[in-house]
Every structure is written in structure tokens, then in C-alpha cells.
Design a protein around this ligand. Structure first.
Ligand code: DGP
Length: 112
């Protein structure tokens, strides 16, 4: 199923892209929940974490390292939070796997 994130990957709709490599893309969330709110996505359209497979092991690790790199590049030296919403109860709205990077303010715990 095509999602809005496929369109961002294909440059069919604009996004503020902060990082790209062969396997991943990172861009600003259009509806930021913190002063810094970025999304890191695989270019492969895995709908959600629950549908990732053992063959995605390296890609999933790469996504975390990209998140680490992007967080450092945007200056989140005081900390940040990574979030993956999986499915309805977690409030997932875009069914293309993505990691939220949230930072730039203290973040409450537990999340809602
Ligand atoms: P989730 O609830 O985990 O599925 O989060 C999806 C996020 O995607 C949400 O924080 C808003 C963001 N988003 C939705 N549509 C667009 C878009 O067209 N552009 C950008 N940059 N972000 C989007």
C-alpha cells in the first residue's frame, strides 16, 4: 500500500529532509510534538514493526544508527527519545515503519 511517506521518498510531495542514504530517509515531522521532531524511515515500505522479518535485521539496526547520527547532527546533546508507534492502540497513523526522534525539551515519562 502506498503511503504519504512513499511520496516523500519519491519527492512527489515536499518534506524538510535532514538525512538520506541508500536505505533510509530522515525528515522533519509535519506536526511536531517537541522542538525537535524528526522521522527516520526505511525506503523499503515495511508497514509496521510487527511486519518486520529476520531479513530486516541489518536494516533495523541501520535505522537506529541513523537516528543516533541525526540526533547528534541536530545538536540533541541533552538527550532525546526514540518512539515507534505500532498499530492502532499506539496511535500509528502512517503505515510505513518510522522512528520518531523527539527532543529539545524535557520529555515526560510515562508517555500517554
Ligand atoms: P505515527 O502516529 O507514529 O504513525 O506518526 C506519523 C507521523 O507522521 C505524525 O507525527 C505526523 C507525520 N506526518 C504525517 N503526514 C506527514 C507528511 O505529509 N509530512 C511529514 N513531514 N510528516 C507527516
Amino acid at each position: 500500500m502506498t503511503t504519504i511517506f512513499d511520496k516523500i521518498i519519491r519527492r512527489q510531495i515536499p518534506a524538510s529532509i535532514v538525512y538520506e542514504d541508500d536505505l533510509t530517509l530522515a525528515f522533519k515531522d509535519v506536526n511536531p510534538q517537541a522542538p525537535v521532531h524528526l522521522l527516520v524511515i526505511p525506503k523499503e515500505p515495511i508497514p509496521q514493526l510487527a511486519q518486520a522479518e529476520p531479513s530486516h535485521q541489518a536494516l533495523l539496526g541501520h535505522l537506529l544508527l541513523v537516528a543516533q547520527r541525526v540526533a547528534a547532527e541536530v545538536g540533541l546533546t541533552n538527550g532525546y527519545r526514540l518512539v515507534i508507534n505500532n498499530g492502532q492502540d499506539a496511535g500509528q497513523t502512517v503505515f510505513h515503519l518510522h522512528i520518531h526522534i523527539l527532543g529539545g525539551r524535557p520529555l515526560a515519562w510515562p508517555p500517554g
